[in-house]
Design a protein around this ligand. Structure first.
Ligand code: BDP
Length: 703
């Protein structure tokens, strides 16, 4: 007995110290409230798994069904103290066509226990994770029924991971993929990674950087990718790879990569055949071409459609797809950079094969803290369009700042494009692009080898939110934040409310504190961390002065008809609203207009004062988040508490540097005093300009 007590004591001490974030939102800790635990246990004595259409399943004991059973057994044993009886039923409907039914699950609770029904084993697995989510978030389940199907077919994480372990724009350590150990040794974390993805419905992973290394398409690396695919498969996670357009030259011994050369087409077909022999459910290729120095079809006088179709034809016999990125711009194009992708791709509408998706970033520039939606979403009705968002915080303070990005994704998904049609939000454009069964959303991963996976203890919320929104773009981001907090921290109402509020305040704090009122691309050069409104010289579209255009008269980029007319790429309803200073939202003001320093804002203040006060507000918002977090000290584990508290202190200091550096710089042009409420900067402008952070991680130029 004494021995047992000792063991229990040790176990609980271990649990106290084990809160390093590695379990993500799949913690399954025992429900402390006894009556509540007993109530759940009564309902969940029995869980019945029903696979409706056994036709294409791998059988009763399929690895996916086993994964569902294991997860339920471990999860419910953890939460309730005892594992339920789990039974499995497979019903065969020979006449039923699986594609006639939207992939999804049906989860019901009743006196006989819980029933999870899906048309295949993966849907059952998704239902199992949903059940665990309901219990982990303490939803009263007694008579609950949940019928849920994903609105977007391919829900993919894009890793910008290089073969040497370096993660471009990655702030959570090195790559999770240990290429040296693969395929022989499989890190147990690969399975946990797949579990986490399946728990939120993510069903694809692009293993490698868009700035692609062609060697990943050689036999040794395909064997490594295949080993990962084997681990991921039971969890419904398909592998995709980035394809360097010049691969036929680089690794194929060919003399050209010309998309119109039949020998090149034959090379890609043979390569696709080889890949599918190694990875039978390979998803397809993600391609960055003729962008930022990457090779592409234009090197041979071909178009983006020629290039995409070449690869699409190679994977088509195997059911593969091509995600062709629309992130292109050129130093030789005199047009406003935000217009170039549209100019390049819009005329190609209707010219892409049916297994091609054009993968478009949420905004027309590059993952800034706030951007208007990309105009291509409203302008290519005959092309499958996929949305790409960034989970990794390249421009939002990296792994130091807290920026819960659910609201950013939601803002884009909800934007109305006014494309003809009943509903024209970005979400419905990408969903409807799948009328033929093909639709996709991609998130640039924030995951690395750090124990907590994402570097900042709270930024796993972005991984979670991306998956949940990819499944259902209509889910409110605040509700998703709450789910994540309940599972990752606590169901104590003070934590749910307090941390939920912190998460929801975090992205606005970054926008206000770094690039308010529609300012963009004024970060430091190279690593993109910290302020750099003074960045000038070299390639103009990589400077800050190109974007803010500060002068004696005012601030901001005129993208109206009188300026670059980027607004002309939007539907008239949008162009009109944003093109008029009086109706343009404050949040996008300096994105679309060059605004006089003394322009009267909605607040009644001159623009300069408003700008200063926004920077100050951003700083104060960080301080407020830090205070709220301090108030939660007794309610969260000491390890994560201390780390987040320290990060908030650093974020506050660096937000002050943003405020003071930017205001010192812009004040040279505005020649106006700081308004009351904004403190005098601690240093002169030269001090801020001299800050050198070349050692920041994730910067490809600083390696
Ligand atoms: C930019 C990043 C760069 C990426 C590029 C891309 O700075 O590292 O390679 O986007 O998306 O945001 O291709």
């Amino acid at each position: 007995m004494r021995h047992l007590r000792l063991v229990l004591l040790l176990a609980s001490a271990a649990a106290l110290h084990a809160e390093d974030g590695s379990r993500l939102w799949l913690r399954y800790d025992r429900i402390a409230d006894e009556p509540l635990r007993a109530a759940y246990a009564r309902i969940l004595r029995q869980v019945h798994l029903v696979e409706d259409d056994g036709e294409d399943s791998t059988g009763h004991g399929s690895p996916t069904l086993r994964a569902a059973r294991d997860e339920l057994a471990t999860g419910l044993a953890g939460l309730l103290g005892s594992a339920p009886t789990i039974t499995v039923d497979q019903v065969f409907h020979r006449t039923h066509s699986p594609s006639a039914r939207a992939a999804g699950f049906d989860l019901r609770f009743g006196p006989g226990g819980a029933v999870i029904e899906g048309s295949d084993d993966l849907e059952v697995l998704y239902g199992a994770f949903a059940l665990l989510r309901e219990v982990q978030t303490r939803v009263p389940v007694a008579r609950l029924r949940l019928d849920s199907s994903p609105r977007i077919q391919r829900r993919i994480l894009d890793h910008w991971d290089n073969l040497d372990g370096f993660v471009e724009r990655g702030y959570a350590g090195s790559s999770l993929w240990d290429w040296a150990d693969l395929p022989g040794r499989l890190d147990p974390r690969y399975r946990d990674y797949a579990r986490a993805n399946a728990s939120v419905g993510i069903n694809g992973v692009t293993l490698t950087n868009v700035n692609a290394d062609p060697r990943v398409l050689t036999a040794p690396y395909l064997a490594k990718a295949a080993a990962l695919a084997d681990v991921f498969r039971p969890y419904g996670l398909r592998v995709y790879l980035t394809a360097r357009f010049s691969a036929p030259l680089d690794i194929g011994g060919m003399k050209t990569a010309d998309p119109r050369d039949p020998a090149v087409a034959a090379w890609w077909r043979a390569k696709a055949d080889e890949i599918y022999r190694a990875i039978p459910d390979f998803g397809g290729f993600l391609v960055k071409a003729n962008s930022e120095g990457e090779p592409g079809p234009q090197d041979y006088g071909g178009s983006h459609a020629d290039g995409a179709n070449l690869l699409a034809d190679a994977v088509a016999p195997h059911g593969g797809i091509v995600l062709w990125r629309a992130f292109v711009y050129s130093p030789h194009d005199a047009n406003d950079r935000t217009k170039q992708a549209y100019n390049e791709f819009q005329p190609l509408d209707g010219k892409f094969r049916d297994n091609v998706l054009l993968q478009i970033k949420n905004g027309p520039l590059d993952f800034q803290p706030r951007e208007p939606f990309h105009p291509l979403f409203g302008a290519m009705p005959k092309t499958h369009l996929a949305l790409e968002v960034q989970l990794t915080q390249e421009y939002l303070g990296q792994a130091t700042f807290l920026a819960y990005l659910g609201p950013l994704y939601q803002e884009c998904l909800e934007s109305r494009t006014y494309r003809p049609g009943r509903d024209s939000t970005v979400a419905s454009v990408i969903e409807a692009s799948g009328a033929g069964g093909l639709s996709a959303i991609a998130g640039v991963a924030n995951i690395g080898a750090d124990r907590d996976w994402t570097g900042h203890p709270l930024s796993a919320a972005n991984w979670y939110a991306f998956g949940r929104l990819a499944w259902d773009p209509a889910l409110p981001s605040a509700a998703i934040a709450e789910e994540w907090v309940r599972q990752s921290f606590s169901n104590d109402p003070r934590v749910v409310q307090g941390l939920g509020a912190i998460l929801m305040a975090s992205r606005p704090a970054v926008v206000d504190g770094t690039m308010p009122l529609g300012l963009h691309h004024i970060m430091a050069r190279g690593h993109h961390y910290g302020p750099g409104p003074w960045v000038d010289g070299g390639r103009p579209d990589w400077t800050a002065v190109y974007y803010h255009k500060a002068d004696a008269e005012g601030l901001g980029f005129d993208r109206t008809a009188a300026g670059s007319n980027a607004l002309g790429q939007y539907a008239p309803e949008v162009a009109q609203a944003w093109g008029d200073l009086a109706t343009c939202p404050d949040d996008l003001l300096l994105w679309f207009h060059h605004v006089p320093w003394d322009y009267r804002m909605r607040s009644g203040r001159p623009m300069w004062d408003e700008l200063c006060l926004r920077y100050q507000r951003g700083f104060e918002e960080v301080q407020a988040m830090a205070r709220q977090w301090d108030g939660l000290q007794a309610l969260v584990d000491p390890e994560r508490f201390a780390r987040v508290a320290a990060l908030f202190r650093q974020q506050a200091e660096e937000t002050a540097v943003w405020r003071d550096g930017c205001l010192q710089y812009f004040q040279q042009f505005s020649r106006r005093p700081l308004p009351p409420g904004v403190p005098a900067p601690a240093h002169d402008l030269a001090y801020y300009e001299a800050i050198d952070l070349r050692h920041m991680p994730g910067d490809p130029s600083g390696r």
